[in-house]
Design a protein around this ligand. Structure first.
Ligand SMILES: *Cc1c(COP(=O)(O)O)cnc(C)c1O
Length: 338
């Protein structure tokens, strides 16, 4: 079997997770009658100290619903240039919400309070109406970089002063919380809405949750239906999520340790020009002129190791639940011999 570092989405459900899925009590969730989905929503809302949660098929959908709920057509969304909501959601901000985007150039995907304050449009007929700020933690293109909580609080202060909605794309928030030993309750206090994924770090086959106030989630549920995301007996998937919340959060430390060990081996190679600091489970490195990213990915593939060329000279490797210590060891050996 190949050692697959292309993404933390490639995991398959563990035997324990499969068993939990098969035993799940289910019902019609569009009627609000799926016990497993209801439990997962309550558990997650409680974990973050938020009023309510909504189970959705993907993180793209939870982000897009949040943007739809917070904005009107013509409003502007402030985010980092590398954000998933801008780069990888099919232009959904414009398509679904008719909103425009104010891009900021942050530090490895992380923007700061001063940048946000300066980006807010004046109250002027020529200008778009700045309406929301979206952060990504960890940042995918930033190589799994984490915000400091004090910076998040500083940005929240700016949002409060200017009456802006504050959203968090927390597809990999679990990684940040474990890496920085944070309390999820703190996140629930500062953001108006949070999106978390179950299908990345936590190893579920499908699913994301959107968190917010009761009123916000009521509105979100309407848009979930409009976007085609109302599911029926989705409880089989929610049961995987419940299992993952109970068993797969603390173990993220192992993914982070594996990533650091592999990163150390890679960075000692002469063809590696630069590597982003490895804070969580993502390794992004840049190659010198002797090797292109697709060439390196092809050479790794010969050894049954799969990576991803994210640009002509940058490669990304992501560790996850299905990467064992033995696979980590083999990968280190392969890099030592490349
Ligand atoms: C993966 C990801 C998402 C959501 O992706 P889906 O594949 O739609 O679940 C959102 N934000 C970030 C930062 C991601 O990495």
């Amino acid at each position: 079997m190949s050692i697959d570092f292309r993404s933390d989405t490639v995991t398959r459900p563990t035997p324990g997770m499969q068993e939990a899925m098969m035993k799940a009590p289910v019902g019609d969730d569009v009627f609000g009658e799926d016990p497993s989905i209801n439990t997962l929503q309550e558990m997650t809302a409680d974990l973050f100290g938020m009023e309510a949660a909504l189970f959705c098929p993907s993180g793209t959908m939870t982000n897009q619903i949040a943007i739809k709920c917070h904005t009107q057509p013509g409003d502007e969304v402030i985010c980092d240039e590398s954000s998933h909501i801008y780069q990888y959601e099919g232009g959904g901000i414009a398509l679904n919400s008719g909103a425009s985007v104010k891009l900021l150039y942050g530090d490895r995907g992380r923007i700061n309070a001063r940048q946000v304050e300066e980006a807010i449009q004046p109250d002027d007929v020529h200008r778009a109406h700045t309406r929301m700020v979206s952060l990504e933690n960890t940042s995918n293109r930033g190589g799994g970089s984490c915000y400091t909580f004090s910076e998040i609080q500083a940005i929240q202060q700016v949002c409060m002063r200017h009456d802006l909605a504050f959203h968090l794309d927390g597809a990999r928030l679990w990684n940040a919380i474990v890496a920085r030993k944070e309390d999820p309750l703190h996140y629930g206090k500062v953001f108006d809405s949070i999106s978390v994924c179950l299908s990345k770090s936590l190893g579920c086959p499908v699913g994301s949750l959107l968190l917010g106030t009761k009123d916000f989630i009521k509105k979100a549920k309407r848009y979930r239906k409009v976007f085609g995301g109302g599911m029926r007996q989705g409880g089989f998937m929610a049961a995987a999520g419940i299992y993952a919340l109970e068993h797969h959060i603390e173990r993220l430390k192992e993914d982070h340790a594996n990533a650091k060990a592999i990163a150390t081996a890679i960075s000692s190679r002469s063809f590696v020009k630069m590597m982003l600091p490895v804070e969580t489970n993502i390794i992004i490195f840049e190659l010198d002129e002797s090797l292109t990213a697709p060439q390196l990915v092809a050479r790794l593939k010969e050894q049954d190791i799969l990576g991803y060329a994210i640009s002509p000279n940058r490669v990304r490797l992501v560790t996850h639940l299905d990467i064992t210590p033995a696979m980590t060891e083999k990968t280190i050996q392969v890099f030592n011999q490349l």
